[in-house]
Design a protein around this ligand. Structure first.
Ligand code: DON
Length: 590
């Protein structure tokens, strides 16, 4: 029996957009198969003042307490970020990097790049063996780590926008590191990653006490991490990049055959960049520019999709999925070829985000046939001849908004804990094209532009996003983890709201699809598409693949795309938020 959703019929959690520009007025019916794991008819979390939505309830509570103390959205984001480094060690981090979009109440939008960098001693072929094959050193162990950017990023955000004391913002994370009660969410990720964690003595000592995954209700004590956070509280980013934590990190590298040096750490800085800004059906989307591919790729997707009135096709009808897929395919072909660190490569960004280029791309889409990916080349040259984690969202009572996606790449990164400092290092070097033209751990086939080079930032898919409505008021704060699926997940969340008028729960909980050009496969979440839709898509020529659910009970690893943390500002000024049930987070408001 299919679960039928009737849009606009929900009370108390109604939609903000009754007749979005560029769409038809009639509200379509949406059908979700009974095989789908999550209900969409729950009421969202509602708040009058401020809200924090993250993948972990402890961290969301920390952020809201900062807002209640009079802190602004950036203060709350910083405190939430440090708390996630403690309670979400599989993704929240000190040893990784990320991106932050800030939109202040006056409408100024700022993009902070604190992505990891390749160490100075990195070389183009450092992840190839003698036969030229890619080794696993890009994903596991010390060489997999880029120079971490998170602490520099949070420090820089504080320097520019912070209002409470730095001391206040660090204290909750320090308290949590001294000991917190483990919940189901944390246990699930430890169960999933225990074999990798066991390979690192220090990681196993802290996270698998007595050699076992702890149980719900056990207290996890992270004394070394508490010490690191206390030093950062006292000295700011200087401790991490030039002080005792830097020394511990370099010692770890020397012990484990890594290449990050004191010079790498001292030379790291977070960078303010111009946000990628584009229009979608009258709404303005602000997202992350390179070295994230998120904003540019989503711009190309939305621009292509805008050539149609998506809402004329029922939500998740074969036609709607086909159209999105063809847009994803084309945008990812360009992403994977062109996009990389802007400090290292020239990119045709103006073309990639232009409606004119999208129209050119869209002209090759037919509604009755999938275009094989081998026929979809990166498009800008030919066009020009004619003329390529965890997220938290915060809104405060003044209307300032912050959207942060942060990552150590794989769960628990490269499975290396810095001895004496208590945090995991990233394995984000794998986001480079270790061997251009061959897939990375997300199956992304990326080009020469994203090859490894000293001090270069590896291309990311992270897509922290803020959307304003046609009057210029704050509308959405959104983002997700999910590797290569991040961009398509953020797009579908936004489209679910703008094109289909869903509320936050529906927009987040509804099943998603994904295509990334190569491999030429249209993925759907486990149980997320009815058999007849799959057959209709196959008849159009798509190779349709259901994501593997993994072992029983492993929602947190298998079968799902992303973990969206979403806030929507309603016309009456209240906030509605929803944390994706896929990983068990929580929206907290006041
Ligand atoms: O920056 C990127 O694109 C990846 N390092 C993101 C990894 C990720 O989202 C993993 N989480 N599920």
């Amino acid at each position: 029996m299919g679960l039928t959703l009737v849009l606009f019929a929900l009370t108390g959690c109604g939609v903000a957009v009754e007749d979005p520009p560029g769409t038809t007025a009639a509200a379509p019916e949406l059908s979700i198969p009974s095989t789908w794991a999550f209900s969409t008819d729950t009421l969202p979390v509602v708040a009058d003042q401020g809200m924090v939505v993250s993948t972990d309830e402890y961290a969301s509570e920390v952020g809201v307490a900062v807002l209640r103390d009079g802190g602004n959205a950036v203060d709350a984001a910083i405190a939430t970020g440090f708390a996630l480094a403690v309670v979400n060690p599989e993704a929240g981090n000190l040893g990784g990097g990320g991106f932050m979009i800030v939109r202040n109440a006056e409408g100024g939008v700022f993009a902070l790049d604190h992505r990891e960098k390749a160490p100075l001693a990195a070389t183009r072929d450092m992840f190839l063996d003698e036969e030229g094959n890619v080794t696993d050193a890009a994903t596991v162990g010390h060489l997999a780590a880029g120079v971490p950017g998170t602490v520099a990023g949070l420090w820089e955000a504080y320097r520019r926008f912070g209002s409470l004391t730095w001391n206040r913002l660090l204290q909750p994370a320090i308290d949590l590191a001294a000991g917190f009660e483990l919940r189901e969410r944390q246990i699930a990720t430890l169960v999933a990653s225990q074999n990798g964690i066991r390979q690192n003595e220090e990681a196993a000592r802290i996270f698998l006490p007595q050699g076992r995954v702890p149980q719900v209700g056990d207290t996890l004590r992270q004394f070394e991490l508490a010490g690191t956070l206390t030093r950062i509280q006292a000295l700011g980013a200087a401790d991490f990049y030039e002080g005792e934590t830097a020394d511990l990190l370099v010692a770890e590298m020397e012990r484990g055959g890594g290449i990050i040096t004191g010079e790498d750490l001292a030379g790291y800085s977070a960078v303010w960049r111009d946000p990628t800004e584009f229009d979608y059906r009258g709404y303005t989307v602000y997202s992350m520019p390179p070295p994230s591919s998120g904003g540019v790729t989503m711009a190309e997707i939305t621009n292509i999709v805008e050539e149609w009135t998506l809402r004329e096709y029922p939500w998740h009808s074969p036609e709607a999925i086909h159209l999105m897929t063809e847009a994803f395919r084309r945008a990812y072909a360009d992403r994977n070829e062109y996009l990389a660190d802007p400090d290292f490569v020239e990119m045709p960004l103006t073309d990639l985000v232009s409606q004119e280029y999208a129209a050119h791309r869209a002209a090759t889409i037919t509604m009755d046939q999938a275009t094989p990916s081998e026929e979809v080349r990166p498009g800008v040259e030919s066009y020009t001849d004619e003329t390529n984690t965890t997220h938290y969202s915060v809104v405060d009572s003044d209307g300032n908004a912050v959207s942060v996606t942060t990552s150590i790449n794989s769960w628990y990164g490269g499975k290396v804990v810095v001895e004496g400092a208590g945090f995991f290092l990233n394995n984000t070097m794998d986001d480079f094209a270790a061997k251009p033209g061959t897939p990375n751990q997300f199956g992304l086939v990326q080009g020469e532009n994203n090859a490894v080079s000293p001090e270069k930032r590896m291309l990311s898919a992270m897509t922290p996003t803020v959307v304003t409505d046609p009057t210029g008021d704050l509308f959405l704060v959104a983002g997700t983890p999910g590797g290569s699926t991040i961009i398509t997940t953020v797009f579908q969340t936004i489209s679910n709201i703008i094109d289909y008028g869903m509320n936050v729960v529906e927009a987040v909980n509804a099943p998603r699809v994904h295509h990334q050009h190569l491999p030429d496969q249209l993925y759907y979440e486990h149980g997320g598409l009815p058999g007849e839709t799959v057959m209709a898509l196959e008849a159009l020529g798509h190779t349709v693949v259901e994501r593997d659910p993994g072992p029983p009970g492993s929602y947190f690893t298998g079968g799902m795309s992303g973990d969206v943390q979403l806030i929507m500002r309603m016309p009456d000024g209240r906030l509605e938020g929803w944390s994706d049930p896929r990983r068990g987070g929580r929206a907290v408001g006041y």
